[in-house]
Structure formats: C-alpha cells, structure tokens
Design a protein around this ligand. Structure first.
Ligand code: PLP
Length: 421
C-alpha cells in the first residue's frame, strides 16, 4: 500500500527512499552525524509539529499546552539528571542559535570573546569572522601548540591575561583529544570571564562517561542534540541557577519564537535512551572504535593530527600521501566511505580544498560495528588512496563496503524499508 507521502508527493518520497538507502549502504564516518533510534524518529515526526508554544512550561502565550508543557518539563528534568545540571533550556533550534543565545545573554555587542579558531578545530560560532559571532563581537583566537598539535593551556592563559575576554569558549568541532574543562575554568576565573563549554560534539561521550563533564566547571554548557548524543537535530543549553533567567530570556523572547515541540519530544526520548547502561557501553565503544581505526590508519601510513585520538574523532593530513582532503574525500565516497575534508592546524591550503580529512565513529558504532570492522575500514582507506584515480576500482571497494554494511543495519526504519542488496 502506498504511503500518504507516496500519494501526495512521489518525488520527495523517492528522494527520501534513496537517501535512506544511501545511509544504509555506506560507511558514515562524518564525525557530526549519527543514526537516531526509531523512537526518536517517531517523536520527531509527530503531531507536535502542529502546535505553537511560545514561552515556557506554565507560562505560555497560547492555550492548549497541557501536553506540550509536560513534554518540555520531562526533557528538562532528564537533561538535568543526565548531566547533573542545575538548569536546562531545550528550546534552541540547533547548536548555532544556542551559542548565539549565550552571547545575547552574557555580552554586549563589541565585547571580546575568545575561542579556538575555526582553522585549528573550533566552530564558526566561536567568533570566526564570517559568523555573526565574529562580526558583532570582538574575537580573540587561541590555537594549538605547533609541536604537539594539542591545546596549550599555558598559552591560552597568557593570551587570556593579555586580552581579558568577557567570554571564554571551550569547545571543538575538529580536535581528537579530550578537553580539560577544569583548566579552562581556572583561566576564566583568573581573567574574570564567563566560561562557555560547547560540547556539541562531545555530549554523548559526556553523558556516557567517556569524556570528562564540563558541568562542574562551566558557567554555561551548550550542545547540539544530534551528534554523539544521538537525538534529533536540535540544541540545548545548561547553566548554573544564577544564569537561568538570563539564558531563558535570551532564547525566548530574545532570539526565537515558538519552540519546535516535536524536536523537544524527540530530545526527551534521546535523553532517556542516553541515561541507559546500553548508552554507556555505546559511548565507550565509540572511543574504542576511534582508537582502533586510528591505529589502523597509521599502519596504512596516514599522518594523524596529534598522533591519535581519545574521543570519537580522527583528523588526518593526507598531503604527505600525495593527495588533498577534497580529492581523497571524493575518492572515498566512490568507495562507499563518507567523510568530510577539513583543514589541519596551520593549513597552507584553502578551506574549500584543505589538506585534511575528519573522521568520526559515532554513526558506525550505532550500527554495532566494532574493532574488526574498524581494522577493515582502515585497510579500505589504504586501498582507496592507492586507487584514488581509478573509478572502477573505487566502485569495487564500494561493493565490499555495501556487503559489510548489510550485516550492520542501523537503528531506525532501515531494515523494514531496505532489503540489503
Ligand atoms: C556542530 C557544532 C555547532 C553547531 O551546531 P548546528 O546544529 O550545526 O548549528 C556548534 N558548536 C560546535 C562545537 C559544533 O561542533
């Protein structure tokens, strides 16, 4: 029987079907992506999308909120319990607006914000020039130790003392090592700055105990809900009691209108899942898989930034192997391995064709892949490099990748809709 979508819009239905198949058939090694559970998808696709709820639970500007209030309260309680936070706001539409709300809550236009540069693994919203955060505020950028390619807390402290930022940001989007939130907090205290910990990439690892938590140290914690946390696309803020009012006011009415209630419900579901023992096992498996994949890639001769990983990410410089990030990412895609090209620290090349590749193990671990599959994947990287100019050979690797992927159906509706080839 044809579905409602199939009847109404066969074009969109078919494109979604093809995307579903693509997500099934390929190895998704994009560090910011994951597979949500069917339960999360079901909540995301619910009638809650029909409801307007400007305001907060118990204080809305529209009637008919009895169930939406209960859902939002549940999401907030679960976030506070899971992360040990005093307060949570689950309304930010995504990670970027969540960060912007923090700026709006704590800063005046022109104030100094200090974050890791985009070119060394920070995020656009940490004060990069093309972002509103870098043009309406005054950015100061810290980088990495050129020798170890790791964060150098003494250098960050010296820079903070010279520049006296109002907001210090601890957060990464392409950096394969743990963050020392305690060290960041002591620097922030010393210069009388607020500390924002942006755990968009790390939230699932923090929730599962596979990365230290920023909650005891940061004034505000921002996160996305769709990366390692494995929820719907969304954002979340957590803060100390003293900042609760300022943060809530900045999200609504400061920056946003009505919250996306279907997303709030799906966040609540994801937070329940993330509190389970299974999720702890998952979070540790993500890191263990990244370590095995990193060792395998090194054995294939790739140069890894910082020499390895202790989170879900691997960043590598592929130029010593005679290729570029973009060329190699395109070759890998033909081989059924989906990654993204990325700058490496002090990259001499341009961001649209940089020297590196960023890889993450959150999605493949959600499919149940383990060390054996990571070792196999590392060998495929070596083969794809060797055959990077031979489309036929790359497609043959893609056949092998698809055959392996078929043994690891992702959580979600994939099995029902997609009989593996
Ligand atoms: C992904 C990310 C964001 C932004 O999230 P979006 O949902 O894409 O807006 C913010 N900060 C960091 C560190 C990220 O990695």
């Amino acid at each position: 029987m044809a579905s409602a979508l199939q009847n109404t819009d066969p074009e969109v239905h078919e494109l979604i079907r093809l995307e579903t198949q693509r997500q099934f058939d390929t190895l998704r090694l994009i560090a910011s992506e994951n597979y949500t559970s069917s339960a999360v998808l079901e909540a995301s696709a619910s009638v809650l999308t029909n409801k307007y709820s400007e305001g907060y639970a118990g204080k809305r500007y529209y009637q008919g909120q009895q169930y939406v209030d209960a859902i939002e309260r549940l999401a907030i309680e679960r976030a506070c319990a899971l992360f040990g936070a005093d307060h949570a706001n689950v309304q930010p539409y995504s990670g970027s607006p969540a960060n912007l709300a923090v700026y709006f809550a704590l800063l005046k236009p022109g104030d100094k914000v200090m974050g890791l540069g985009l070119d060394t693994g920070g995020h656009l919203t940490h004060g990069w020039g093309v972002s509103i955060t870098g043009s309406y505020f005054t950015p100061v950028r810290y980088g990495l130790d050129p020798r170890t390619e790791c964060l150098d807390y003494d250098a960050i402290r010296d820079l903070a003392k010279r520049e006296r930022p109002k907001l210090l940001i601890a957060g990464i989007t392409a950096y394969p090592r743990q963050l020392d939130f305690e060290a960041f907090a002591s620097i922030a205290r010393e210069v009388d700055a607020y500390l924002l910990a942006d755990i968009a990439h790390l939230a699932g690892l923090v929730a599962g105990g596979a990365h230290p938590s920023p909650i005891p140290h940061a004034d505000v914690v921002s996160t996305t809900t769709h990366k390692t946390l494995r929820g719907p696309r969304g954002g979340m803020l957590m803060c100390r009691k003293a900042l609760r009012k300022a943060i809530d006011k900045a999200v609504f009415p400061g920056l946003q209108g009505g919250p996306h209630n279907h997303t709030t419900a799906a966040i609540a579901v994801a937070l329940k899942e993330a509190a389970s023992d299974e999720f702890k096992t998952y979070a540790h498996a993500v890191v263990a898989n990244a370590k095995v994949l990193a060792e395998g890639l090194q054995a294939e001769g790739f140069r890894l930034i910082t020499g390895g990983t202790d989170n879900h990410q691997i960043v590598m410089d592929v130029t010593p192997r005679g290729t570029t990030g973009k060329e190699f990412a395109q070759a890998l895609e033909l081989a059924g391995i989906v990654t993204n090209y990325n700058t490496v620290p002090n990259d001499p090349r341009k961001p649209f064709d940089p020297s590196g590749l960023r890889i993450g193990t959150a999605a493949v671990t959600s499919r149940g892949m383990g060390p054996d599959e990571m070792r196999r994947t590392a060998r495929w990287f070596g083969e794809a490099l060797e055959h990077r100019q031979n489309e036929e050979a790359l497609r043959r690797i893609g056949d092998d990748v698809r055959a392996l992927a078929a043994h690891f159906p992702p959580p979600g509706p994939y099995v029902a809709e997609n009989t593996p080839l």
